[in-house]
Each structure stands twice: as C-alpha cells, then as structure tokens.
Design a protein around this ligand. Sequence first.
Ligand SMILES: Cc1cc2nc3c(=O)[nH]c(=O)nc-3n(C[C@H](O)[C@H](O)[C@H](O)COP(=O)(O)O)c2cc1C
Length: 347
Amino acid sequence: MLRYLTAGESHGKALIAILEGCPANLVISEADINRDLVRRQSGYGRGGRMKIEKDHAEILSGIRKGKTIGSPISLLIPNKSTELYEKAITQLRPGHADLDGAIKYNQKDVRNILERSSARSTAAQVAVGAIARQLLAEYKINVISKVIEIGGSKQPKDWAKLIDQARAKGDSLGGIFEVLVTGLAAGLGSYVQWDRRLDGNLARAVMAIPAIKGVEIGLGFGTAHLPGSQVHDEIFYVKGKGFYHKTNNAGGLEGGVTNGEPIVIRAAMKPISTLGKPLKSVDLVSKKPALAHVERADICAVEAAAVIGEAAAAIEIANAFLEKLGGDSVEEIKDNFTSYKKRLAVI
Ligand SMILES: Cc1cc2nc3c(=O)[nH]c(=O)nc-3n(C[C@H](O)[C@H](O)[C@H](O)COP(=O)(O)O)c2cc1C
C-alpha cells in the first residue's frame, strides 16, 4: 500500500513529501518528476509566483542509482519566494480557509492559515504522483488530463481572452478538467467495503484538491437525467479480446471496480479566491468591516489543477493496483500481473 504525507508552507523554506510502500527496483526518472512539477506551474492565467519558482524535486532517500530500494522515498522542493512569510494579515478572504482556519487553530494572523492551506502544497503531491505514475507506466497504465472548460466556455480559443478580461476587472475564473486513465485491467478496487470502492477513493482524492467543488465519474451528473437504457454500457464478448463495452458512460468503474474501460473523471474548479478587486469582508482582529486581503495570486489555475488531478488519480490507482497485484519488487508484481492477465485471457 502506498501512503504519503507532505509538509511545508507556501512561503516557507521548502515543501517535503515522504512516500512509503513503493516497490523496489522501479526505475525512477527525476526528469519525469520535474516535468510534472513544471506542468503544475504552467497554464495561462497563473500569477507572478510561478515566474519566480522553478520547481524541482531533490530526492533525499529511497532511490539509489536511479531505482527504488523499497525504503521510504523522501523528496524536497525548495521555495524561492520566501519574502512574504513574515508578513502578518488580518483581512479575511472570502472563499479561502482564512476564517475557518483562524477559528479552528485559534490564530490572530491569517498568515498562519494561508501558508498551509495554499495550493502550493500540491507541488509535493504532484511529485509523489509522478512516482505513482512511473509505477503505473511500468505496467502500461497511463494517466493524462485535459482542460474542458474555462469561465463557462468550452472553446479553447476563448480562454486567454476570458482570463485577460477577468484580470482586467480584478476578478478570477474557474473551470472543468478531465482525467483519463487508460490501460487498466478489470478488477481493481472492490465493492465489499465502502472504503475499498475505487470510485469513492478517486472522488475523495480529486475533491481534496484545493478549489475543487464537484467531481463526476463517466457520465456523472448526466446519468440522473436519462433512462437506464441510455446510461448503462452494453456488454459484448469476442474470443481473444474478452469482454468489452462499446460505450463508457460508467467511466471505467462499476461497483467501485475497474471494468477494463478507461477511467474518466471530471472535476469542477471554482474561481480563485484572492481577487484583485477584493470582496467585502471583516478584519479578524478589529472585527470591523474591511476589504479582503490582496496578495499575488493566480487568475485561473484550471490547467495546473488538471495536473494535480492526474497525480491524485495516479496515487489512488497505483494503490488499487498494488492491493490487487502487489509485491515488494517490480519483478514480483510483474509475475502476479502476468498470471492475472493469463486468467483474464481464458475467461
Ligand atoms: C493549482 C492551484 C492554484 C491556486 N492558486 C490560488 C491563488 O493563487 N490564490 C488563491 O486565493 N487561491 C488559489 N487556489 C485555490 C485555493 O487554494 C483554495 O480555494 C483554498 O485553499 C480554499 O480551499 P477550497 O477552495 O477547496 O475551499 C489555487 C488552487 C489550485 C488547485
């Protein structure tokens, strides 16, 4: 089983991650981890911070001579932009964790909340996801994503203009992205307990990305408006190919278990909370009306969120894969997978 923790603050010294449970002898490309970190920083509409940071992960342990050795992997991503760390803030931002965090942790300086609630922590998650992705790639499972909608438009040609308009007005935009997982065998996840359902675990992981307010699998919310005859994917069988579906409204999961079709996850991201033209709010200390705090921020980060969605999905799927076919080394898993595939071929 893979498990991981991240630590670090947005403008602190660094972000760190510890990943445990990765099988031994997996070739890890540091360049591939860094490629995902760069992708997380990209996208039209990002704020000035992304021009300062040049994220790269330093591997501190668990990988020797380019391969995992079975021990916990630790990663460090230094922060370049640390100048705001000491700056106190008291004007609460609607839509961020400022108010609830200050109440919960009994803080009078909102900096103590936003430094960790910031999506900067997702850089560490993406680095872990890049390792999960490399584990899955070893068994020909791929995780990709694309942006579907920004600011209400599904037309990519509109997006830059909409983002520019929002920036000019001191506003922000959200959108929708999709994560697609291909190359999956049927049988990952389980329906026997709620917490082993892969649909639930994927939804939780994607919903836990900051600013994600809706997650659907396959046809998702669309299934509610249609009769069953137009929703359920009919089953076919051809010798040599096995069972298959011609449609994929289920998004690759039935009963919380992979059915052999690609997994399709869609997520809705709300607009960024920190606005150039701040909303009405209250000062945490004086309790007097105040405009929300304005700090360097993204205008739109849907493209980056899609990369984080890939990481969140890769980690959950790698976990389900290891639960089904796991071993302590890539060779042991390969043997398990080969015998499972042989069994699937004769069904
Ligand atoms: C990639 C990414 C970048 C983000 N950038 C910002 C930002 O620059 N400013 C901001 O206020 N919120 C930003 N957010 C959103 C906040 O992190 C998020 O709204 C906040 O943590 C509150 O969590 P919630 O929206 O899930 O309730 C970003 C989110 C993501 C996924």
